[in-house]
Design a protein around this ligand. Structure first.
Ligand SMILES: [Fe+2]
Length: 269
C-alpha cells in the first residue's frame, strides 16, 4: 500500500519552520502517529535533522550514536547483531525494545536513497490490536502481561508487556527478528505469532521510498517500522534520531485510543 500524500508535509527547512508548518506537522503526528517531512536536500542535513528536537523533545543517545546523537544507518560489515548496518530486509518492529525505556519518538532522515529496494515499511499498532481483538481477544489480553516479551541485545536485556495501557491509551513494544534474542512467555506465544504473521505480510504494510532530504518521524509506541532489502553494495544512507517525546509547550500524546478510528491516510486493509 502506498502512502497518502496527506501524510506528507513539504517544508523548505526544518530549522526555519513557520508556526503554520509546525502546527501542520504536529497535527499529522497526533492524528496518524507519524508524518513525512519533505525537505529539499541541504548542505547541512545534520543541522536540519537536529532541529526536530524543538518539536519532539530531547535527543536520546544510543550505543552507536555519534556525539550529536545521530545514528548513521548504512551498510557495514562488522555488526551482525545490528540489522541497521546490513542490506537485508528489516521486519516491522519498535525501536529500543531491549531498553527499559524505549524512545517515544523515532526519526529517520534520508541522505542517499537505495538505487532499488530499501523501501521504508510500517504497520499501525492500532490495526494489529483491533485485528487481534476480533480474532483472539483472550490471546490479546495475555500480551498485557509484564513478562510477555524479553529482548536481549549485546549486554542489554528488558522484559515487558507487548501492549501496555497508559491512562486511556495503549502503547506497543514489538520485535521478532533473529538479530536480537527474543523470548516470549508461554501463554503469549499464540497471539505473538499472530502479530508476526500480520505485521510481516507485505499486504498489511504501508511502504514508500524516502527521497534525499525526507524525514520520517513517528510515535515508536504506535507505529512498527521496517524496510525492504536492497542490493549489496548499494549506497543507502540514512540518519536516525531518538527523542524522549517531551518538547517544551503542549505535551505530545503517545499510543492509540482503545477504539478504532483509522483516520484518513490508510486504505485497503
Ligand atoms: Fe528500527
Amino acid at each position: 500500500m502506498k502512502l497518502d500524500p496527506a501524510a506528507v508535509v513539504s517544508v523548505e527547512s526544518v530549522s526555519r519552520l513557520s508556526t503554520a508548518q509546525a502546527t501542520q506537522i504536529r497535527d499529522r503526528f497526533d492524528r496518524l502517529g507519524f508524518v513525512v517531512l519533505r525537505v529539499p536536500p541541504s548542505p547541512q542535513p545534520r543541522t536540519e535533522f537536529l532541529a526536530l528536537s524543538r518539536y519532539f523533545g530531547s535527543i536520546i543517545h544510543h550505543e552507536h550514536s555519534e556525539a550529536d546523537g545521530i545514528v548513521p544507518v548504512a551498510p557495514l560489515n562488522h555488526h551482525p547483531e545490528y540489522v541497521n548496518t546490513t542490506n537485508k530486509e528489516l521486519l516491522p518492529h519498535t525501536d529500543g525494545s531491549f531498553a527499559l525505556q524505549p524512545p517515544k519518538v523515532v526519526a529517520m532522515q534520508c541522505e542517499v536513497a537505495a538505487a532499488s529496494g530499501g523501501l521504508t515499511t510500517f504497520v499501525e499498532a492500532q490495526w494489529i490490536y483491533e485485528t487481534l481483538k476480533q480474532r483472539d481477544p483472550e490471546g490479546l489480553e495475555t500480551l498485557f502481561r509484564p513478562d510477555a516479551l524479553t529482548v536481549k541485545r549485546s549486554n542489554r536485556v528488558a522484559t515487558k508487556p507487548i501492549f501496555q495501557r497508559c491512562s486511556d491509551r495503549v502503547e506497543m513494544v514489538f520485535r521478532a527478528d533473529s538479530a536480537a534474542r527474543v523470548t516470549i512467555a508461554p501463554p503469549c506465544v499464540t497471539a505473538f505469532e499472530t502479530i508476526k504473521t500480520l505485521a510481516q505480510d507485505p499486504a498489511n504494510q504501508l511502504c514508500f521510498q524516502m527521497q534525499p532530504g525526507d524525514i520520517f518521524v513517528f510515535d515508536n509506541t504506535r507505529i512498527l517500522h521496517g524496510r525492504t532489502a536492497f542490493a549489496e553494495g548499494d549506497d543507502r544512507r540514512l540518519n536516525r534520531l531518538w527523542f524522549d517525546g517531551k518538547p517544551e509547550g503542549e505535551p505530545l500524546e503517545f499510543g492509540f485510543r482503545d477504539s478504532f478510528d483509522r483516520g484518513f491516510v490508510v486504505s485497503g486493509f
